[in-house]
Design a protein around this ligand. Sequence first.
Ligand SMILES: [Zn+2]
Length: 330
Amino acid sequence: MNSKHLLVAIAWCFWLGAGPAQAGEAYAIIDMHFHADRPDAEGPPGGKICAPYGEWAPRDPGKPIDVYLDWFTGNPPCKTVLTAPMEPDELRDRGIAILKRYKILALAGGTPETVEDYRSHAPDNIWSSVGFGDPDKFPSIESLRKLHAEGKLQAIGEITAQYAGIAPNDPRLEPYFALAEELDIPVGIHLGPGPPGTAYFATPGYRARAGDPFLLEEVLVRHPRLRVYAMHAGWPMGEAMIAMLYAHPQLYVDIGILDYAYPESDFYSYLKRFIDAGLEKRIMFGSDNMVWPDAIPIAIERIHKAPFLTARQKKLILHDNAARFLRIEG
Ligand SMILES: [Zn+2]
Protein backbone atom coordinates (compact mmCIF):
# COMPACT_ATOMS: atom_id res chain seq x y z
CA MET A 1 0.00 0.00 0.00
CA ASN A 2 1.57 3.33 -1.00
CA SER A 3 1.13 6.52 1.02
CA LYS A 4 -1.69 7.80 -1.16
CA HIS A 5 -3.60 4.60 -0.57
CA LEU A 6 -2.89 4.86 3.12
CA LEU A 7 -4.37 8.36 3.27
CA VAL A 8 -7.44 7.20 1.39
CA ALA A 9 -7.75 4.26 3.78
CA ILE A 10 -7.54 6.53 6.81
CA ALA A 11 -10.12 8.89 5.37
CA TRP A 12 -12.34 5.90 4.60
CA CYS A 13 -12.07 4.65 8.18
CA PHE A 14 -13.09 8.00 9.62
CA TRP A 15 -15.89 8.31 7.14
CA LEU A 16 -17.17 4.82 7.88
CA GLY A 17 -17.08 5.42 11.60
CA ALA A 18 -18.90 8.39 13.05
CA GLY A 19 -15.48 10.03 13.18
CA PRO A 20 -13.68 10.46 16.45
CA ALA A 21 -15.88 10.56 19.54
CA GLN A 22 -16.63 14.09 20.75
CA ALA A 23 -14.94 15.40 23.86
CA GLY A 24 -16.42 13.66 26.89
CA GLU A 25 -17.86 10.85 24.80
CA ALA A 26 -16.26 7.44 25.12
CA TYR A 27 -18.08 6.04 22.11
CA ALA A 28 -18.56 7.17 18.55
CA ILE A 29 -21.50 4.83 17.96
CA ILE A 30 -24.08 3.01 20.05
CA ASP A 31 -25.46 -0.24 18.63
CA MET A 32 -28.85 -0.87 20.23
CA HIS A 33 -29.38 -4.16 18.42
CA PHE A 34 -26.25 -6.27 18.86
CA HIS A 35 -26.68 -10.00 19.30
CA ALA A 36 -24.26 -12.05 21.39
CA ASP A 37 -24.83 -15.18 19.31
CA ARG A 38 -23.32 -18.59 18.74
CA PRO A 39 -22.79 -19.80 15.15
CA ASP A 40 -25.89 -22.01 15.21
CA ALA A 41 -28.24 -19.23 16.34
CA GLU A 42 -29.62 -18.55 12.86
CA GLY A 43 -29.82 -22.04 11.41
CA PRO A 44 -26.91 -24.27 10.44
CA PRO A 45 -23.51 -22.61 11.06
CA GLY A 46 -21.91 -20.88 8.10
CA GLY A 47 -25.15 -19.45 6.68
CA LYS A 48 -25.08 -16.51 4.30
CA ILE A 49 -26.95 -13.24 4.10
CA CYS A 50 -27.11 -10.47 1.52
CA ALA A 51 -26.02 -6.99 2.46
CA PRO A 52 -28.38 -5.95 1.05
CA TYR A 53 -30.92 -8.14 -0.72
CA GLY A 54 -32.17 -6.67 -3.97
CA GLU A 55 -35.63 -8.19 -3.77
CA TRP A 56 -37.81 -10.59 -1.80
CA ALA A 57 -38.17 -13.49 -4.20
CA PRO A 58 -41.34 -15.53 -4.67
CA ARG A 59 -41.52 -19.08 -3.35
CA ASP A 60 -43.18 -21.88 -5.28
CA PRO A 61 -45.02 -23.81 -2.56
CA GLY A 62 -44.95 -26.88 -4.80
CA LYS A 63 -41.20 -27.12 -4.48
CA PRO A 64 -39.22 -28.23 -1.42
CA ILE A 65 -38.47 -25.42 1.00
CA ASP A 66 -34.77 -26.03 0.41
CA VAL A 67 -35.10 -24.44 -3.02
CA TYR A 68 -36.26 -21.23 -1.40
CA LEU A 69 -33.66 -21.44 1.38
CA ASP A 70 -30.94 -21.80 -1.21
CA TRP A 71 -32.02 -18.42 -2.61
CA PHE A 72 -32.33 -16.87 0.85
CA THR A 73 -29.27 -18.11 2.72
CA GLY A 74 -27.57 -20.97 0.83
CA ASN A 75 -26.39 -19.17 -2.29
CA PRO A 76 -28.07 -15.78 -2.28
CA PRO A 77 -27.68 -13.90 -5.56
CA CYS A 78 -26.42 -10.50 -4.52
CA LYS A 79 -23.33 -8.33 -4.83
CA THR A 80 -22.30 -8.47 -1.18
CA VAL A 81 -22.73 -11.82 0.53
CA LEU A 82 -21.76 -12.17 4.20
CA THR A 83 -20.77 -15.62 5.47
CA ALA A 84 -21.06 -16.48 9.14
CA PRO A 85 -17.99 -17.78 11.00
CA MET A 86 -18.23 -21.44 12.01
CA GLU A 87 -16.48 -21.26 15.38
CA PRO A 88 -17.99 -19.61 18.49
CA ASP A 89 -14.76 -17.88 19.49
CA GLU A 90 -14.15 -16.58 15.99
CA LEU A 91 -17.68 -15.19 15.78
CA ARG A 92 -17.36 -13.49 19.17
CA ASP A 93 -13.87 -12.14 18.54
CA ARG A 94 -14.70 -10.75 15.10
CA GLY A 95 -17.73 -8.96 16.51
CA ILE A 96 -15.74 -7.52 19.39
CA ALA A 97 -12.91 -6.41 17.09
CA ILE A 98 -15.45 -4.36 15.12
CA LEU A 99 -16.90 -2.84 18.29
CA LYS A 100 -13.42 -1.71 19.30
CA ARG A 101 -12.36 -0.52 15.84
CA TYR A 102 -15.41 1.72 15.47
CA LYS A 103 -15.60 2.73 19.16
CA ILE A 104 -19.02 1.17 19.55
CA LEU A 105 -20.97 0.60 22.74
CA ALA A 106 -23.21 -2.39 22.09
CA LEU A 107 -26.33 -3.31 23.96
CA ALA A 108 -25.81 -7.05 23.59
CA GLY A 109 -28.77 -9.40 23.78
CA GLY A 110 -28.76 -13.16 24.07
CA THR A 111 -28.77 -15.89 26.69
CA PRO A 112 -27.18 -14.81 29.99
CA GLU A 113 -24.28 -17.23 29.46
CA THR A 114 -23.38 -16.06 25.96
CA VAL A 115 -23.84 -12.40 26.79
CA GLU A 116 -21.53 -12.78 29.79
CA ASP A 117 -18.95 -14.52 27.60
CA TYR A 118 -18.99 -11.58 25.17
CA ARG A 119 -19.04 -8.97 27.93
CA SER A 120 -16.13 -10.53 29.80
CA HIS A 121 -14.04 -10.24 26.62
CA ALA A 122 -14.97 -6.59 26.02
CA PRO A 123 -16.32 -5.07 29.24
CA ASP A 124 -15.84 -1.51 27.99
CA ASN A 125 -17.85 -2.09 24.82
CA ILE A 126 -20.77 -4.19 25.99
CA TRP A 127 -23.85 -3.70 28.09
CA SER A 128 -25.63 -6.90 29.03
CA SER A 129 -29.17 -7.65 28.00
CA VAL A 130 -31.21 -10.84 28.13
CA GLY A 131 -33.25 -11.80 25.10
CA PHE A 132 -36.00 -14.38 24.77
CA GLY A 133 -38.96 -15.31 22.61
CA ASP A 134 -39.92 -18.96 22.95
CA PRO A 135 -42.71 -19.07 25.57
CA ASP A 136 -41.44 -22.45 26.78
CA LYS A 137 -38.13 -20.83 27.64
CA PHE A 138 -39.09 -17.43 29.02
CA PRO A 139 -36.69 -16.63 31.88
CA SER A 140 -38.14 -16.44 35.37
CA ILE A 141 -38.56 -13.00 36.86
CA GLU A 142 -36.51 -14.23 39.79
CA SER A 143 -33.56 -15.12 37.55
CA LEU A 144 -33.66 -11.67 35.96
CA ARG A 145 -33.73 -9.98 39.35
CA LYS A 146 -30.69 -12.02 40.35
CA LEU A 147 -28.78 -11.04 37.18
CA HIS A 148 -29.66 -7.42 37.77
CA ALA A 149 -28.45 -7.58 41.38
CA GLU A 150 -25.17 -9.05 40.10
CA GLY A 151 -24.76 -6.19 37.62
CA LYS A 152 -25.36 -8.49 34.64
CA LEU A 153 -28.64 -7.09 33.40
CA GLN A 154 -28.66 -3.56 32.04
CA ALA A 155 -31.58 -4.08 29.67
CA ILE A 156 -34.14 -6.63 28.52
CA GLY A 157 -34.10 -7.54 24.84
CA GLU A 158 -34.44 -8.58 22.24
CA ILE A 159 -37.89 -9.87 23.10
CA THR A 160 -38.61 -11.97 20.00
CA ALA A 161 -41.99 -13.30 21.07
CA GLN A 162 -43.48 -12.23 17.72
CA TYR A 163 -41.82 -15.34 16.26
CA ALA A 164 -44.20 -17.36 18.44
CA GLY A 165 -47.16 -15.19 17.41
CA ILE A 166 -47.09 -13.43 20.80
CA ALA A 167 -47.92 -9.74 20.48
CA PRO A 168 -46.58 -7.01 22.79
CA ASN A 169 -49.90 -6.77 24.66
CA ASP A 170 -49.96 -10.50 25.46
CA PRO A 171 -50.35 -11.10 29.23
CA ARG A 172 -47.32 -13.41 29.14
CA LEU A 173 -45.06 -10.42 28.51
CA GLU A 174 -46.63 -8.20 31.14
CA PRO A 175 -44.37 -9.33 34.05
CA TYR A 176 -41.27 -8.38 32.03
CA PHE A 177 -42.51 -4.87 31.28
CA ALA A 178 -43.46 -4.45 34.94
CA LEU A 179 -40.00 -5.61 36.02
CA ALA A 180 -38.20 -3.31 33.57
CA GLU A 181 -40.27 -0.37 34.78
CA GLU A 182 -39.53 -1.23 38.40
CA LEU A 183 -35.78 -1.68 37.81
CA ASP A 184 -35.73 1.31 35.43
CA ILE A 185 -33.94 -0.57 32.66
CA PRO A 186 -34.66 -0.32 28.91
CA VAL A 187 -36.59 -2.92 26.95
CA GLY A 188 -36.20 -3.71 23.26
CA ILE A 189 -38.98 -5.60 21.55
CA HIS A 190 -38.96 -7.05 18.06
CA LEU A 191 -41.70 -5.42 16.01
CA GLY A 192 -41.98 -6.22 12.36
CA PRO A 193 -39.94 -8.34 9.98
CA GLY A 194 -38.58 -11.84 10.35
CA PRO A 195 -36.73 -13.78 7.68
CA PRO A 196 -39.19 -13.89 4.76
CA GLY A 197 -41.17 -17.12 4.90
CA THR A 198 -39.93 -17.99 8.38
CA ALA A 199 -43.31 -19.51 9.32
CA TYR A 200 -42.56 -22.27 6.80
CA PHE A 201 -39.01 -23.18 7.74
CA ALA A 202 -37.96 -21.90 11.16
CA THR A 203 -40.64 -20.43 13.39
CA PRO A 204 -44.15 -21.71 12.55
CA GLY A 205 -45.70 -19.34 15.07
CA TYR A 206 -44.43 -16.13 13.42
CA ARG A 207 -47.23 -13.78 12.49
CA ALA A 208 -46.75 -10.45 10.76
CA ARG A 209 -49.79 -9.00 12.49
CA ALA A 210 -48.23 -9.60 15.94
CA GLY A 211 -45.73 -6.91 14.96
CA ASP A 212 -48.35 -4.19 14.64
CA PRO A 213 -46.91 -1.15 16.49
CA PHE A 214 -50.37 -0.30 17.85
CA LEU A 215 -50.24 -3.49 19.93
CA LEU A 216 -47.62 -1.79 22.11
CA GLU A 217 -49.92 1.08 23.01
CA GLU A 218 -51.64 -0.33 26.10
CA VAL A 219 -48.27 -1.45 27.46
CA LEU A 220 -46.97 2.12 27.28
CA VAL A 221 -50.03 3.56 28.97
CA ARG A 222 -49.99 0.90 31.65
CA HIS A 223 -46.29 1.51 32.35
CA PRO A 224 -45.72 5.24 31.95
CA ARG A 225 -42.14 5.14 33.27
CA LEU A 226 -41.09 2.29 30.98
CA ARG A 227 -38.22 2.97 28.55
CA VAL A 228 -39.05 0.79 25.58
CA TYR A 229 -37.95 0.82 21.95
CA ALA A 230 -39.42 -0.87 18.92
CA MET A 231 -36.71 -2.87 17.19
CA HIS A 232 -36.73 -2.76 13.37
CA ALA A 233 -38.93 0.35 13.67
CA GLY A 234 -42.02 -1.77 13.11
CA TRP A 235 -41.16 -2.25 9.42
CA PRO A 236 -43.06 -1.96 7.16
CA MET A 237 -45.84 -0.42 9.25
CA GLY A 238 -44.37 3.06 9.21
CA GLU A 239 -47.67 4.85 9.49
CA ALA A 240 -48.65 3.06 12.70
CA MET A 241 -45.11 3.42 14.04
CA ILE A 242 -45.10 7.16 13.42
CA ALA A 243 -48.51 7.50 15.06
CA MET A 244 -47.15 5.66 18.09
CA LEU A 245 -43.96 7.77 18.29
CA TYR A 246 -46.00 10.94 18.02
CA ALA A 247 -48.54 9.90 20.64
CA HIS A 248 -45.96 8.46 23.05
CA PRO A 249 -42.90 10.72 23.21
CA GLN A 250 -40.98 8.30 25.42
CA LEU A 251 -40.95 5.67 22.66
CA TYR A 252 -37.90 5.12 20.42
CA VAL A 253 -37.10 2.82 17.50
CA ASP A 254 -34.02 1.11 16.13
CA ILE A 255 -33.28 0.35 12.50
CA GLY A 256 -31.63 -3.05 12.93
CA ILE A 257 -31.54 -5.39 9.89
CA LEU A 258 -33.14 -2.74 7.64
CA ASP A 259 -29.82 -0.89 7.55
CA TYR A 260 -27.77 -3.67 5.95
CA ALA A 261 -30.08 -6.37 4.58
CA TYR A 262 -33.00 -4.42 3.14
CA PRO A 263 -33.02 -3.00 -0.39
CA GLU A 264 -31.50 0.44 -0.39
CA SER A 265 -34.49 2.21 -1.90
CA ASP A 266 -36.79 0.76 0.74
CA PHE A 267 -34.47 1.33 3.71
CA TYR A 268 -33.85 4.93 2.74
CA SER A 269 -37.47 5.78 2.01
CA TYR A 270 -38.61 4.12 5.24
CA LEU A 271 -36.00 5.99 7.30
CA LYS A 272 -36.80 9.25 5.53
CA ARG A 273 -40.48 8.98 6.49
CA PHE A 274 -39.50 9.15 10.17
CA ILE A 275 -37.11 12.05 9.54
CA ASP A 276 -39.74 13.95 7.55
CA ALA A 277 -42.27 13.36 10.32
CA GLY A 278 -40.01 15.27 12.74
CA LEU A 279 -38.79 12.21 14.60
CA GLU A 280 -35.02 12.55 14.07
CA LYS A 281 -34.38 12.32 17.81
CA ARG A 282 -36.22 9.04 18.24
CA ILE A 283 -34.30 6.83 15.79
CA MET A 284 -31.41 4.76 17.12
CA PHE A 285 -28.75 2.85 15.25
CA GLY A 286 -28.92 -0.91 15.60
CA SER A 287 -27.15 -3.48 13.49
CA ASP A 288 -28.94 -6.77 14.21
CA ASN A 289 -25.61 -8.39 13.38
CA MET A 290 -26.73 -11.90 14.42
CA VAL A 291 -23.99 -14.26 13.16
CA TRP A 292 -22.59 -11.79 10.62
CA PRO A 293 -20.19 -9.35 12.31
CA ASP A 294 -19.31 -7.75 8.97
CA ALA A 295 -22.85 -6.42 8.78
CA ILE A 296 -22.02 -3.75 11.34
CA PRO A 297 -19.66 -1.62 9.18
CA ILE A 298 -22.04 -1.98 6.24
CA ALA A 299 -24.96 -0.71 8.32
CA ILE A 300 -22.87 2.24 9.53
CA GLU A 301 -21.79 3.00 5.98
CA ARG A 302 -25.39 3.12 4.76
CA ILE A 303 -26.23 5.72 7.41
CA HIS A 304 -23.26 7.80 6.33
CA LYS A 305 -24.22 7.50 2.68
CA ALA A 306 -27.89 8.43 3.15
CA PRO A 307 -28.26 11.44 0.87
CA PHE A 308 -31.11 13.03 2.81
CA LEU A 309 -29.45 13.00 6.27
CA THR A 310 -27.46 15.96 7.55
CA ALA A 311 -24.23 15.38 9.49
CA ARG A 312 -26.11 16.28 12.66
CA GLN A 313 -28.87 13.77 11.95
CA LYS A 314 -26.31 11.04 11.29
CA LYS A 315 -24.74 11.69 14.69
CA LEU A 316 -28.16 11.68 16.34
CA ILE A 317 -28.92 8.28 14.84
CA LEU A 318 -25.49 6.73 15.37
CA HIS A 319 -24.93 7.97 18.89
CA ASP A 320 -26.81 10.82 20.52
CA ASN A 321 -30.34 9.43 20.52
CA ALA A 322 -29.27 6.17 22.16
CA ALA A 323 -27.08 8.06 24.66
CA ARG A 324 -30.14 10.09 25.67
CA PHE A 325 -32.37 6.99 25.80
CA LEU A 326 -29.82 5.11 27.92
CA ARG A 327 -29.10 8.22 30.00
CA ILE A 328 -25.38 8.15 29.37
CA GLU A 329 -22.88 10.60 27.91
CA GLY A 330 -24.91 13.74 28.56
ZN1 LIG B 1 -35.53 -8.71 15.67
